[in-house]
Design a protein around this ligand. Structure first.
Ligand code: ATP
Ligand code: MG
Length: 235
């Protein structure tokens, strides 16, 4: 474990340096359009690499049950907005997908870790974008019931066979090859290593909530649900 943690961590130092130099090049005014496109691709590649390293580190931490939450009062709608800003480069590439965000204004404030929850939304929405062919729709909605807030991310994508609905949360689990469905998307998202949902489950459980997947089957879309307790109302 130590070896992996140290190696993953050490990989980030050169990656951060390369990213910094790429940013410096992008700031030059005399770059041609093509040159800056190429450097941007280089920059995306570095982000991909560091995301994988982050996921590995995160995966190791979940293993060690060391998930630490930095809780504060937050509004879920703001977390969703921040996740969507983060996903902007990916979503902009996918103009043919429509993203519908429900009304979060009625949801009580939560006492939770905003960075971790943003991570959950980034992965769930990122997955929905990755696994939904052109022309599809992604909805992000929430409602409140009995001291819980129930959130779901629903897509009209490739779906998941019923037998696999539990297994997608397993470490390194990936269903088939998403490249077959959407190569440009998965290339941007780093292809994926199958840790995203494992990390999401860790984060939601650490908050005292539940996360599960629902699908009508292959080709019929997928819905990822999670709940979070609303605290501080009844004491
Ligand atoms: N919205 C979805 N539609 C269809 N399949 C999905 C969806 N979300 C997840 N899956 C399936 O579950 C697997 C695991 O998802 P997970 O987010 O853990 O990994 P990943 O997205 O492949 O990689 P990573 O998140 O580590 O970059 C995916 O590879 C895919 O097979
Ligand atoms: Mg993922």
């Amino acid at each position: 474990k130590d070896f992996l943690t140290i190696t993953s961590h050490e990989l980030k130092t050169p990656a951060t340096l390369i990213a910094g130099y790429a940013d410096l090049i992008l700031m030059q005014e005399r770059l041609s359009g093509e040159e800056s496109e190429l450097v941007k691709l280089l920059r995306e590649g570095i982000s991909w690499l560091t995301n994988i390293v982050d996921d590995l580190l995160e995966g190791l931490r979940i293993d060690a049950r060391e998930m630490q939450l930095n809780r504060r009062k937050l509004h879920l709608g703001e977390v969703v907005a921040s996740a969507l800003r983060w996903l902007k480069p990916l979503i902009e590439k996918e103009r043919s997908l429509s993203i519908v965000v429900g009304d979060f204004s009625e949801i009580s404030p939560l006492h939770a870790d905003d960075h971790r929850l943003r991570e959950v939304f980034v992965n769930l929405i990122g997955n929905a974008v990755k696994f939904t062919p052109d022309g599809g729709e992604i909805r992000i909605e929430a409602h409140e019931a009995e001291g819980y807030c129930h959130v779901f991310v629903r897509d009209t994508g490739i779906g998941i066979p019923p037998s696999e609905l539990e297994r997608i949360f397993d470490r390194f689990y990936r269903l088939g090859d998403p490249m077959l469905h959407s190569s440009s998307k998965t290339a941007f998202m780093g292809g994926g290593i199958g840790l995203g949902l494992t990390i999401c489950r860790g984060i939601i459980q650490a908050h005292g909530g539940l996360i599960w997947a629902e699908s009508e089957g292959e080709g019929k879309g997928t819905t990822l649900h999670f709940t979070l307790p609303i605290m501080g109302r009844s004491g």
